[in-house]
Design a protein around this ligand. Structure first.
Ligand code: NDP
Ligand code: OXD
Length: 309
């Protein structure tokens, strides 16, 4: 099968090499070098340029080489009416869990304070709550949210996950639907956003929702920048109610050098690295999808464009 790939990342060449290695049965072309676009049957693309799909008249499916699909659905390219699939990679989910766990532990055990004390050679001990007394709300109980919930629960934190539809996740407390959102946030000492960016979730971290967080709470946003209304976050921090924020994602990336977030003492900024996708396991899933497309079999991890994820 003829496949067109476009990996716009620093390590894009590594993905192409891995794809050519694992997908030897398919012919891989790399955008924009497409000698016979009318013969392309599958496209692997993250953020298509406007004319990406224009000449792909035989396209049968689109594969997104990552977990989120908002960047594809809101791109200016006219999307053909074909199935879209995305990655649901357990390795990425574990990486996300490591990130959230590290940030929660850093906050809970006050390591920032000890790093600062060390600078002044201060020997002072500060007592902290038990994990079981720290309530963590996770917005989004998909591939990422469930892995994060399991890791946090294993340490003993009191975890509750929120999703759109009712969900049973063995051993984890879950709630669903809009009416459950504010009550969950109001009892979250740590709030973790792992939602897809959709019309329903854009701006969900705003003055109202941040305003009901308990005093001193930590916000972790590792989903998409547009979930968070930055001026509302800065206002909540400056009122001294919020304990801090860990932000891995931003509406415009890279984050502008003059953004106040870089220098805010209560904000930790990371450059969208919470869960970097892994070329070996990511390509393995892509190749499974390619084989299914070629065989005309049902595809796993289909995106529902009307829901936006
Ligand atoms: P999934 O599609 O597997 O899960 C999405 C979850 O969000 C589901 O539980 C879904 O509910 C819930 N959800 C969606 N809309 C709503 C809503 N309106 N109200 C309540 N819950 C809602 O996604 P993943 O877990 O794979 O990924 C989540 C996001 O994480 C990605 O879209 C991406 O933006 C981000 N991400 C960030 C990375 C990083 O490095 N920073 C890396 C990877 C992903 P339901 O179960 O009912 O459908
Ligand atoms: C993703 C991401 O969605 O890396 O896969 O943000």
């Amino acid at each position: 099968m003829q496949v067109l790939a476009d990996f716009p990342w620093e390590n894009g060449a590594e993905w192409v090499d891995e794809l050519r290695r694992q997908a030897a049965a398919h012919r891989i072309h790399v955008w924009p070098d497409v000698p016979a676009p009318e013969r392309i049957e599958a496209a692997i693309v993250w953020t298509p340029s406007t004319d990406f799909f224009a000449a792909l008249t035989s396209l049968r499916a689109i594969i997104v080489p990552g977990a989120g699909v908002d960047q594809l659905l809101r791109s200016r390219a006219a999307l053909p009416d074909v199935p879209i699939v995305r990655l649901a990679d357990p390795v990425m989910a574990t990486r996300m869990a490591e990130y959230v766990l590290a940030m929660v532990l850093d906050h809970h055990r006050d390591f920032g304070r000890y790093r600062a004390q060390q600078g002044d050679a201060v020997w002072a001990r500060h007592f902290h709550a038990d994990a079981a007394d720290i309530r963590i709300g996770i917005l989004g109980m998909g591939v990422m949210g469930v892995a994060v919930a399991r890791h946090l629960q294993a340490i003993g934190y009191a975890v509750t996950g929120w999703s759109r539809s009712d969900k049973t996740v063995l051993g984890i407390d879950t709630v669903a639907g809009e009416a459950a959102l504010l009550p969950l946030i109001a009892r979250s000492d740590v709030l973790v956003c792992l939602l897809p960016l959709t019309e329903a979730t854009r701006g969900i971290l705003n003055l109202e929702t941040l305003g009901v967080l308990p005093e001193g709470a930590l916000l972790i946003n590792a989903a998409r920048g547009a979930h968070l209304v930055v001026p509302d976050l800065l206002a909540a921090l400056d009122q001294g109610k919020l304990g801090g924020a860990v932000l891995d994602v931003f509406e415009d990336e890279p984050l502008a050098k003059d953004s106040p977030l870089w220098r805010h003492p209560a904000v930790t900024v990371t450059p969208h690295i919470a869960s970097l996708s892994n070329p070996v396991t990511g390509v393995r899933q892509i190749v499974q999808a390619l084989d299914r497309i070629e065989a005309g079999e049902p595809l796993d991890h289909r995106v529902d464009p009307s829901a936006g994820y």
